[in-house]
Design a protein. Sequence first.
Length: 184
Amino acid sequence: MPATPRERSVSGISAAGFHRLAYVDWGPANGDTPVLCVHGVTRQSRDFDFLANTLTRMGRRVICPDLPGRGRSERLSNPDDYALPQYCADINTVIARTGAQAVDYVGTSLGGLIGMILAGMVGTNIRRLVINDIGPYVSSTGLSRIGAYLRELPVSFTTLEKAQAYFRSVLEPYGDLTESSGIT
């Protein structure tokens, strides 16, 4: 039976003031070493539902935050704050909220960059680091593709169907995203 996620939030802080960081908390609330899953630049916490369900069945606690301006987290008031130092501070705040002395970290793309920075710092509480879709070097082709995607991303959609059609079109290079693929 799938686990039931708990929706939580904590206050992060930037130079401009406080902002709400949302996260999804799966599994036992007092698990020893939670798994922290951090998404990519245009994604959100629920990308990890399948992984979180699997790990929860193994008895693990899984924490999946929404970075500022994504998912259920508030936007930052200063656009210049959307940068690695702010993301690292926000993820550290989420980790502190868990009460865990250490975390096993899973990061995709931007989430991987954040994890690499935090794991490389003195006194880190990252016990294990798993990253995907990122490395210490990002090609100019990849950066151009991401930049074009972000520039063209609509602010909102009038219907769920229009949002699904848009994302299926944009994400088509990543495989079959039709109803029959099981990904909706």
